[in-house]
Design a protein around this ligand. Sequence first.
Ligand code: MSP
Length: 513
Amino acid sequence: MDRIYFTTPIYYVNAQPHLGHTYTTILADTLKRYHRSRGRDAYFLTGTDEHGDKIAQAAAKDNVDPKAYADRISALFRSTWDTCGIAYDHFIRTTDDYHKATVSRILQQIYDAGDIYFGEYGGFYCYGCERFYTEKELQDGKCPDHRTEAAYIEEKNYFFRMGKYQDRLLKHLNEKPGFVTPQRYRTEVLSLLREPLEDLCISRPKSRLQWGIPLPFDGDYVTYVWFDALINYVSALEHKGGDSFDAYWPCCNHIIAKDILKPHAIFWPTMLMAAGLPLYDRLNVHGYWIMDKGKMSKSLGNVIRPLDMKERYGMDAFRYYLLREMVFGQDATFSMEAFVNRVNADLANNFGNLVSRVLAMQKRYFGGMVQPMGDGARAEDRELKEAFMAAAASVDRHMEEMAFHRALESIFEAVDKTNQYIVQTAPFTLVKEPDQKPRVGEILHHVLESVRLTGDLLAPFLPETGAAVRDLLGLPATDSLRAEWGGSFPEGHEVQPPRILFPRIEETEDDGG
Ligand code: MSP
């Protein structure tokens, strides 16, 4: 059986789930559902990153110990994903014992192999980023990200011989052009690799930071947070047991945003090389959501929270906007106005109305009983079928390239085609001629089949909609796609009366929306 393994970043527990985290998590969820629906064995991992300065500081500010603090926020992430219907297979926490054991084992292994050494280091340290900066990287002595003064710290630490693996990594990137994708991020990694790769400081003295996994070979130090965090992708599979690691690791697809490209594209593969493990298959990098009125921040009151969006507009409307609006790899602007327009135009008017319309006609003309489909030989019937077969193929092509927006666009082109088919065949006029009733039955059957296939094609992107469409059509729930035309409705099959799938959103941002 074909397998595929998707991971999201494990999120820091110093912030609550917002739009950014939700987007990546929805991508992974969609991918898992999509591959499952095509008969593949897809595994999906997410979780929380709980060690390091940032968390220790956030906990101190709240006057609780770091573990209690991490427990609370981690549970919040998990329950948020549960409420949002995210179908993760495992939720990992870096404070889980099995994870800590794997981190220790890998550190010891790399240490024994001679790729970790003890040395002195002086540098400019940003507590926000939890990393050292070179003078050249700082802007006016400040961290380019946090705009806070970087502190000069001199201390003895352990270093990972990352530089030793530079050539091997370059070779891999050249031999496997799809290793980091889209292309622009691969180019960015290649350009980082034009400079000599420095060794990586992988410890923090306990005198400065206790909240971390102790180094197995020196109890006075804890592990640098990235060295701990990245290993989650492996420890989760080891924890799953059996042959999970061998089965899923070779088809591992990481999904991240561009902010954490360097740790994933440079630290992580070189760590894997040093640990004697094979590399992941593909690093998929998306851009950033930018708020239309400036950076998302608590003080501006423009933080988008997944649970608010779900409660107000429904999860599928939110998913649809995110997946349809962002071009994978590029930044996108989040605007409530664009959200409302998108959802109203595509979901409420276009698809929602189509579903209501056909179910209303089916009810009125045939008491909800589906009629024979006919031989489908007429030009308009054939064209409708072809539009759907083309849409199904094009979804597959676009999903291969993570072009979620194009996949959805293809499905909606087929919906447009269905609306045109209704106009063209005019069942509402034809029904007035008694001898045309069988033809009206055929036309509606074609439209119902369009709705069935649209719902099934949409299901990985919009799971609630996929299920609701099947329910309205009186069909059993399924998570596998039958991308064929016809044969969905047995003789005597009855569909439900119409029900509103997507209510139109009437509010605008001005009335508090
Ligand atoms: N803990 C690390 C990751 C370790 S993975 C081994 C971390 N955590 S984070 O909480 O800061 O999450 C960063 C990720 O959140 C991004 O890579 C992206 O997936 C998501 N996003 C956060 N804000 C975002 C946007 N504004 N837009 C899109 N996604 C962003 O880094």
